[in-house]
Write a protein that binds this ligand. Sequence first.
Ligand SMILES: O=c1ccn([C@H]2C[C@H](O)[C@@H](COP(=O)(O)OP(=O)(O)OP(=O)(O)O)O2)c(=O)[nH]1
Length: 171
Amino acid sequence: MLLFDQTFGRPDVLHYPRDVSDSVEVLISSESVPAYAHPGDAGADLTAAESVELQPGERSTVGTGVSIALPDGYVAFVVPRSGLASKHGITVVNSPGTVDAGYRGEIRVTLLNTDSSVAYSVAVGDRIAQLVVMPVSRARFIPVQKLPGSDRGDKGFGSTGYSATKSGDIA
Ligand SMILES: O=c1ccn([C@H]2C[C@H](O)[C@@H](COP(=O)(O)OP(=O)(O)OP(=O)(O)O)O2)c(=O)[nH]1
């Protein structure tokens, strides 16, 4: 079996996922460019282009002022920021929001305040979500009469249980 470091850089071997340091050029039309906070970060922060007050349990779609043109074969996912989620209960309703390569409109973020009692204010320029750009495959769906067997088969939705020590039990 070939190890990752033995094949890395060989043009005849496709590595997926690619190393996060592999960069891809994305055309952007925006006042502010999403920034990666640290080297190696997967997500570039998206900021709010408008202010909004989210009451407890309320959602709102917030503009970022950012429009991009991804190369074909790429997708960008709009995902929540962990700090906003854990400190304030702010999440992205449709996470991950999917930005298609052909989309040229403004990227908008549908935020939800999951806190049951505290409102959350978003000001212009606040970092509200992050954008993860990834290569993506398109499937060629091939209809068959019967799917090949597998170890999991049709078992899903908690079929392996929840406790690490009681694998197989349905908790
Ligand atoms: O969080 C998101 C998700 C999507 N989009 C943009 C980019 C995407 O390409 C477009 C359509 O998104 P999606 O395909 O998820 O929406 P849909 O409800 O399926 O609409 P459509 O019928 O236009 O595909 O909206 C955003 O700005 N933010």
